[in-house]
Design a protein around this ligand. Structure first.
Ligand code: AMP
Length: 588
């Protein structure tokens, strides 16, 4: 299904191409033809489903630019939503000449609104209260209104606008077309639609959806601006082989692929505009491992079947459950396990709930990988590079004499020479991220409560708190002597999941679910809260337990609170450093 199939005209289609939409969302596919055919619509749709375009496109497509009095009125519950809807209209009208769209909301001076109304506007988007004020003052003429949209009707009623909404419905021309959108269908909305709408078509988007159980699904709450940093941290700590990063529009595929390449990843974009030959070439590169990250739209990734894809990241969460299922089905191929991570902005929580309901599978919340997580992974990789280099015996041999010669002529211990070479190999960029400052509790709370600037067109929900990078308190509370933190030698790198840990420990150690506290999966190991007084036999049995074939070596965690303060202390499993030897270098 394409936008052309829906019966939209050239100017609107061109604008959609500019903004990079490739396919209609479910609500758009169902609503647009009905509205174009002139029928009233009651659409059950939440924010994030693409409902704005579902009503804006048919209005713009049929707009008579020569009519100077308002033709379309959109009622929205809040000023933010009204502005956001205006912005969307402007975007979709970019190839229509001379279209005037006016936001009208309380709190703004009347002056601007009055002069714009006098000059003539085609589309008014406003909150019911202020629209009523204009109607009472006689400054808004709705006698020639053709289209009326009630956006987030349930919210408008909740905010006490029922009477205003009904008055506007009643006092505007009978032959206008009405589209009512609501996330829920309480009796009041049903009554309004029965009373004021003309034989409306009720549109609920149903979805057939099953996701396979071998895919671990997680989500991360992020603001729009944080997404790129969040993705970078995930790329650092997740043990991925091949990855598809899904975005909503084709323009963003290119932008994001470019940003990832600038950060040193091998990434490429595919979208509906990429020629078939090029697409095949890119997919083959992903298959062969020449390419690790594909940034794609739904259309471009349809049917993609590459075993190497261990991770799917929904950089933009899809508008409907069905594309979600298609997207995450790109991983976990050929009997392997897969990981799906979805970025959700605070206002998109509703979409997430819809996906969970439709797929009947919970999606677990994850936290932004901390600086510690990133640094532990970096140190592990650093170790791996040393190990790999040591395996190149011939080349090592070639350098051995050179180093020995250096050490004979300079009074420097081996470890310093090695460290100096590490400096050379590392170049200017630091090996580790700076530790996050440990903020006192109160500052944390204040930071959490400070409202983030909403992203363009993003509406922070009431009571929403940003939790940027703040990890929930996972350690046992001070004074709680019942639980203790244990460390096991399997971590994210071994692709272990909490349920495997619980399963293995419960089976082997005869533990019950209630015995488990928090499980914190780190890159190299995991921390598990268990009863502090585990009997010795249980400990011994668990010490020899394996998860995914690896011995878990369960033991009390001695990392202590200092684990939080820096990456070095994470690695308390390393032998303690020997005191620096500053004496004369021994010659060999
Ligand atoms: P809405 O539910 O109208 O708030 O739209 C949610 C988001 O989806 C907005 O950022 C839109 O720009 C985007 N969007 C709407 N329709 C489409 C589409 N067909 N393809 C891609 N993105 C879309």
């Amino acid at each position: 299904m394409t936008f052309t199939d829906l019966g939209l005209g050239a100017a609107v289609l061109k604008a959609l191409d500019d903004v990079g939409y490739e396919t209609p969302s479910a609500i758009q596919a169902a609503t647009i033809p009905t509205l174009l055919a002139g029928r009233d619509v009651v659409g059950l749709a939440q924010t994030g489903t693409g409902k704005t375009a579902a009503f804006a496109l048919p209005i713009l497509d049929r707009l008579d630019v020569s009519q100077k009095s308002p033709q379309a009125l959109v009622l929205a519950p809040t000023r933010e939503l009204a502005l956001q809807v205006c912005e969307a209209f402007e975007k979709y009208a970019s190839h229509l000449r001379g279209v005037h769209i006016l936001p009208v909301y309380g709190g703004q001076g009347y002056g601007v609104q009055l002069s714009a109304l006098r000059r003539g506007v085609h589309i008014v988007v406003g909150t019911p209260g202020r629209i009523m004020d204009h109607l009472d003052k006689g400054t808004l003429d709705l006698t020639e209104l053709k289209y009326l949209v009630l956006d987030e009707a349930d919210e408008m009623l909740k905010m006490g606008f029922a009477e205003d909404v009904e008055t506007i419905l009643a006092d505007t021309p009978d032959d206008k077309q009405v589209a009512l959108f609501s996330a829920t269908m309480p009796p009041a909305i049903r009554r309004i639609s029965q009373q004021y709408l003309n034989d409306p078509e009720e549109i609920t988007v149903k979805t057939k959806t099953t996701t396979s159980a071998n895919i671990t699904q997680r989500y991360l709450i992020v603001s729009y601006q944080q997404k790129i940093d969040a993705l970078t941290r995930i790329l650092e700590v997740e043990n991925f082989e091949g990855m598809i990063v899904f975005v909503r529009t084709k323009n963003v595929t290119e932008e994001l692929a470019e940003k990832l390449r600038a950060r040193g990843y091998s990434a490429a974009a595919i979208n509906g505009d990429v020629a078939q030959v090029q697409r095949e070439r890119t997919v083959n590169q992903l298959k062969s491992g020449k390419l690790d990250i594909l940034v794609a739209t739904d259309v471009a990734a349809r049917g993609l079947d590459v075993d190497r894809i261990s991770h799917v990241v929904n950089f933009d969460i899809p508008t409907d459950p069905e594309p979600y299922v298609h997207r995450i089905g790109r991983t976990g191929r050929a009997g392997r396990t897969g990981d799906a991570i979805s970025f959700v902005t605070p206002r998109e929580r509703g979409l997430l709930t819809r996906i969970e309901k439709a797929t009947k599978q919970p999606i677990t919340q994850m936290q932004l990988p901390s600086v510690d997580d990133v640094n532990v992974t970096r140190l592990a990789r650093f170790d791996d590079r040393i190990t790999a280099a040591l395996e190149q015996a011939e080349r090592i041999e070639g350098f051995r004499d050179i180093i020995a010669h250096y050490m004979r002529h300079h009074d420097v211990p081996e470890v310093d020479v090695a460290a100096a070479l590490a400096v050379v190999s590392q170049g200017e960029s630091p090996l580790l991220l700076e530790p996050e400052p440990d903020r006192p509790q109160r500052a944390d709370r204040e930071r959490g409560e400070r409202r983030e600037r909403p992203e363009r067109g993003d509406r922070p929900e009431r009571g929403d708190r940003r939790e940027r990078g703040d990890r929930p308190e996972r350690r046992p509370r001070p004074g709680d002597t019942r639980m203790a933190t244990y460390r096991i030698a399997v971590g994210r790198r071994h692709r272990v999941e909490p349920r495997q840990i619980v399963g293995a420990l419960a089976n082997e150690g005869g533990l019950s679910r209630a015995d488990f506290g928090a499980i914190d999966i780190r890159p190299e190991f995991s921390l598990v809260e268990l009863p502090a007084d585990l009997p010795r036999e249980t400990l011994e049995r668990l010490d020899g337990t394996r998860i995914s074939g690896r011995l878990i070596e369960l033991r009390p965690d001695r990392g202590g609170p200092s684990r939080r303060s820096g990456a070095g202390s994470e690695r308390s499993d390393r032998p303690a450093r020997k005191p620096r030897h500053r004496g004369p270098a021994t010659s060999d």
